[in-house]
Design a protein around this ligand. Sequence first.
Ligand code: ADP
Length: 293
Amino acid sequence: MTDWHSITAAITAATGQPCHPQSCQELGGGCINRAFVLRDGAQAWFVKLNSARRLAMFTAEAAGLEALAMAEALRVPRPLCAGTAGDEAFLVLKFIAFGRAGPRSPATAGHQLAALHRQTQERFGWQHDNFIGATPQANAVDSDWARFWQERRLRPQLDLARARGHGGRLQERGERLLAACPALLDHDPPPALLHGDLWGGNLAYDQDGQAVIFDPATYYGDREADLAMTELFGGFSADFYAAYREAWPLEPGYPVRRDLYNLYHVLNHLNLFGAGYLGQAQAMIDRLLAALG
Ligand code: ADP
């Protein structure tokens, strides 16, 4: 049984306002966690729950949301508090009502994503490790982008795949691909603030038609990695891409890099959800190796 008493006490402590919700409704739609909305008069809180051992996932998510909010580029739900209550971990965000059928402005979202990416720092990575889905994501900083992608993104997923029994061809071809990262990433992107997990399910529009991004895996990286992920499962319109490119054109060679960036997410799906993603991962690696000539 969820210890709502401790969670509402944490909300009270975080806001300085007594929180006595009149309703608590479970929402569907999350991939990894259970989600609820607590309503207290005009106030509403979005609460994610998982087992207590997942607390690090929630504190990392809160830190990512804070960093994205500080950029003031796209609307982001403000994290309020995270902690454990009994044997569960919780994360509380300000609830945002999404406008399912209302106005929406994907062109504004495209411009705003470019504005987010204009936030840069000196090196790639981040001050916290975090998670991509439920998989740990290492963010120790590096000034070399190709090495960062090779060592902090692709190699850990390939190692995890080996541990899950996907050896043989995937590993052989994967090793060749790792060695080819400097050649495939032969461009010089600035370390840009990324959402990090920007599939269509992690962007929605509020009731004013403003884009809202949530559930991030934030770090500083090549902005093309965010754009690549928007293309992996669809959901973003031509207006969105046109506006992004108008604000900040892409460099030649993006289509090949897109595959290299999305391979990370496909390998992560292989590791999280199983062999259904093996064929797609192998095909991407083959395509990338063929692109080397
Ligand atoms: P998970 O980590 O389990 O994938 P998400 O953070 O993606 O969960 O949230 C699940 C769903 O809840 C989202 O698809 C979105 O529709 C909704 N949601 C996320 N954040 C908020 C929020 N702050 N307010 C209202 N609804 C939200």
